[in-house]
Design a protein around this ligand. Structure first.
Ligand code: NAI
Length: 319
């Protein structure tokens, strides 16, 4: 729980990700101000958060030690940016993924904030050196990239600008832990950060194998959901190596020749176009048609599964 002395958090942009952050910060006991350029978005966000929190409370899945009503009382809307950021200790930007728009917001914030507040962007793939260079408060800037849906998937990638102060990384890391998220620190920025680089490596090889007619799209997905993904929810690829032999050194001794042989057969970056797109689309749509109702229902099912998995992970985590 946040102490009453701790400053509040400001969310800039009250869309999908801004709402999730608001719920997470409130679950940690922090006061949250939601700002948006569209007043209606703030109203919608407050309504949507109320509904979500009540449902989570009913199903026993609400995070934190406060009741839904107590958490809701911590969240308010504010249509004036300068007023919203007054006394804040952390500002989480969640406007659409557009470099010029985000640069404009950070330039605006740079003019009105003090030397203590953290300026954090939720950007999925814009590099800190593109977002923050030239700002007077660059030392206080960081990307804190969440994973959708952030309420159930706790990872947050912290990506520094070359001039980000170590204290900014430390404070953001501590804040993320405090609200129950699972932060990781990138020691320097890289295009795609870590999560998307891993994800793209998987998608890329999946695509090449489908293009070569080795496996069907539905079977490809099963390899992950009923195979690799089962253990990746609990241990990563490096610990998998460690456990699948007598430690990492033994794994490299035993399997590095085989890994290198296979890796050398990986092809060029796929085009993600043409006949393969049609084939994948046809197969995946047989399982989940791509109209809004079916997609929404499947997302709801995915989020329910993730919520149950999050509970299981919490129960089985080693002390
Ligand atoms: P969204 O489109 O749902 O919400 C964006 C909000 O920003 C809207 O409410 C809009 O009115 C508001 N906005 C636009 N211009 C503004 C301005 N000048 N000042 C204040 N508010 C403004 O977008 P979403 O999906 O929430 O994404 C936000 C950020 O989070 C993006 O950078 C995205 O890349 C990142 N992200 C998104 C994920 C996702 O799965 N949707 C996952 C991880 C990160």
């Amino acid at each position: 729980m946040a102490s009453p002395a701790a400053g509040g958090v400001v969310i800039v942009g009250s869309g999908l990700i801004g709402r999730s952050w608001a719920m997470l910060f409130a679950s940690g006991g922090f006061k949250v101000k939601l700002y948006d350029i569209e007043q209606q978005q703030i109203t919608n966000a407050l309504e949507n958060i109320r509904k979500e929190m009540k449902l989570l409370e009913q199903s026993g899945s609400l995070k934190g030690s406060l009741s839904a009503e107590q958490q809701l009382s911590l969240i308010s809307g504010c249509g004036n940016l300068a007023e919203a950021v007054e006394g804040a200790m952390h500002i989480q930007e969640c406007v659409p993924e557009n470099l010029e728009l985000k640069k404009k917001i950070f330039a605006q914030l740079d003019r009105i904030v003090d030397d203590r507040v953290i300026l954090s962007s939720s950007s999925s793939c814009l590099l800190p050196s593109k977002l923050f260079t030239g700002l007077a408060h660059v030392k206080q800037c960081v990307v804190a990239h969440p994973v959708n849906p952030p309420y159930y998937v706790p990872l947050v990638e912290l990506v520094p600008h070359p001039e980000t102060a170590p204290a900014t990384m430390d404070r953001t890391y501590a804040l993320m832990k405090r609200i129950g998220q699972s932060p990781v620190r990138l020691l320097k920025e890289i295009d795609g950060f870590v999560l998307n680089r891993l994800q793209y490596a998987v998608i890329s090889e999946a695509w090449r194998m489908m293009e070569e007619g080795i496996v069907s799209p539905n079977d490809l997905d099963l390899v992950m959901s009923d195979g690799l993904g089962m253990r990746y929810a609990f241990i990563g690829p490096l610990e998998t190596m460690h456990l699948n032999a007598e430690g990492i050194v033994s794994y490299c001794d035993r399997y590095s020749d085989g890994m290198k042989r296979v890796l050398k057969t990986f092809g060029p970056v796929p085009e993600f176009s043409g006949a393969t797109v049609e084939k994948v689309n046809q197969d995946i749509c047989m399982k989940v048609p791509d109209d809004p109702e079916h997609l929404a229902a499947r997302r709801k099912w995915r989020d329910d599964c993730l919520m149950k998995l999050a509970k299981l992970k919490h129960q089985v985590q080693p002390q």
